[in-house]
Design a protein around this ligand. Structure first.
Ligand SMILES: NC(=O)c1ccc[n+]([C@@H]2O[C@H](COP(=O)([O-])OP(=O)(O)OC[C@H]3O[C@@H](n4cnc5c(N)ncnc54)[C@H](OP(=O)(O)O)[C@@H]3O)[C@@H](O)[C@H]2O)c1
Length: 296
C-alpha cells in the first residue's frame, strides 16, 4: 500500500511539478484543489490533514502575489499564516512529516550578500509579513517541521515566470526590459520538487534555504542569460536589446520589494543534496521552455 502524500497548492507553479514528482516516487497523491479546500477555512484544513492518513504533508499553497496580499491582508494572513499553522498542528497529532514553503522575502534585504538560515528577518509588506508569521507559527506548532525558503521560482512552462516571460516576449519581437538593481537566486521548480521529495523521507527540520547556488544576480542578468541560450540554439537570430530597469520605477510594483535576499544554500549542500548554479538553472529552464515551444 503506497504512502499518502497530501499536497496543498497542487495547481501552482511549484505544486504542479511536486505533484508529478510525488506520483513518480510511488506515493499515493492527495491534492485537494482550492475549491475543495479553501485555506481561509483553518478548521477544514485541519480536518483534512487529520483524516487523510497522510505520511507526508507538503504545503505549496500561498497567496504569492505581493499586490494581491496588500489588496486583502486578512486573507493573506489566513492563507499564508493561519492555515499552515493548522496543518502543522494537525501533523503533530497524526505524526505526519510536514514541509512548508516560505520565501527569501522574509529576510532583511537592505545589505548585499548571501544570507544563511540564521540571518536577520525584516519582512516588509503584507506578503512577507504573512509568510514570516507562517514560518514562526508552523515551527511553534511543530518544531520537527521543515520550512523551506525558496526564491524566484521558474521552470514550469505551464506557469511561465520571469525567465520564460522574457523568452516569450523576445520570440514575439516585443521590447524587453528587466529590473537590474534587485538581487536573489533563480530556482528551478524541478529542483525544488526533487529536494522536497528527498527531504520528505528525512528528519531535517527548522528553516532551510532551498535555492540555486552561486552569487546573487538580478532579473536582468537572468533574462540576459536566457536570451543568450536562445541565440546559442538558433531560436533567436541575435541578442535583442534588453533595457535595465530600476526597481523603484516599475509601475505595477506598489508593494515594497527587498533588494538583497539571495540565500546561502550551504545547509542544503552539507546535506549532500546537489543544486545547480544560478547560471546553470537559467540555461536549463530556458532550454526546456524553448524545446517545448520550438523543438530546439
Ligand atoms: N513564485 C516565486 O517566485 C516564489 C518565490 C519565493 C517563495 N515562493 C513561495 O513558494 C510557494 C509556492 O509558490 P508558487 O509560485 O509555486 O505558488 P503559485 O503558483 O502562486 O500557486 C499557489 C497555489 O496556492 C493555491 N491557493 C492560493 N490561494 C488559495 C486559497 N485561498 N485556498 C486554497 N489554495 C489556494 C493556488 O490554487 P489556485 O491556483 O487554484 O488558486 C495554487 O495552487 C509559496 O509558499 C510562495 O510563497 C514563491
Amino acid at each position: 500500500m503506497p504512502s499518502i502524500f497530501l499536497l496543498f497548492g497542487g495547481s501552482g507553479r511549484t505544486g504542479q511539478i511536486t505533484a508529478r514528482a510525488a506520483t513518480r516516487a510511488g506515493y499515493q497523491l492527495l491534492a485537494p484543489s482550492h475549491v475543495e479546500c479553501p485555506l481561509e477555512d483553518a478548521e477544514a484544513v485541519s480536518d483534512l490533514v487529520l483524516h487523510s492518513k497522510a505520511a507526508v504533508v507538503v504545503n505549496c499553497a500561498a497567496i504569492s502575489g505581493l499586490e494581491a496580499c496588500a489588496a486583502n491582508p486578512l486573507q493573506a494572513h489566513l492563507v499564508n499564516a493561519v492555515a499552515p499553522a493548522a496543518m502543522a498542528l494537525a501533523c503533530r497529532h497524526t505524526g505526519a512529516r510536514f514541509i512548508h514553503l516560505s520565501t527569501d522575502y522574509v529576510l532583511d534585504g537592505r545589505r548585499a550578500g548571501l544570507k544563511n538560515e540564521s540571518a536577520k528577518c525584516r519582512p516588509a509588506g503584507w506578503y512577507a509579513e504573512s509568510k514570516r508569521e507562517g514560518e514562526l507559527e508552523v515551527l511553534e506548532a511543530l518544531p520537527e517541521a521543515l520550512v523551506a525558503r525558496v526564491s524566484w521560482i521558474c521552470g514550469n512552462p505551464a506557469r511561465p515566470a520571469f525567465v520564460e516571460q522574457a523568452l516569450a516576449r523576445a520570440l514575439r519581437g516585443e521590447p524587453l526590459a528587466a529590473v537590474a538593481d534587485k538581487y536573489s537566486l533563480p530556482t528551478d521548480a524541478e529542483d525544488i520538487a526533487r529536494v522536497l521529495l528527498s527531504l520528505a523521507e528525512g528528519e531535517a527540520h527548522g528553516i532551510l534555504h532551498l535555492c540555486s547556488l552561486g552569487e546573487p544576480c538580478s532579473w536582468w542578468e537572468c533574462a540576459h542569460t536566457a536570451l543568450q541560450e536562445a541565440v546559442a540554439c538558433g531560436t533567436l537570430p541575435a541578442m535583442p536589446p534588453l533595457v535595465r530597469q530600476e526597481l523603484d520605477k516599475v509601475p505595477f510594483f506598489r508593494e515594497p520589494r527587498p533588494r538583497h535576499t539571495a540565500m546561502d544554500a550551504t545547509r542544503l549542500f552539507t546535506m549532500g543534496i546537489p543544486m545547480p548554479t544560478a547560471d546553470e538553472c537559467v540555461r536549463r529552464v530556458a532550454r526546456r521552455f524553448l524545446a517545448a515551444l520550438t523543438g530546439c
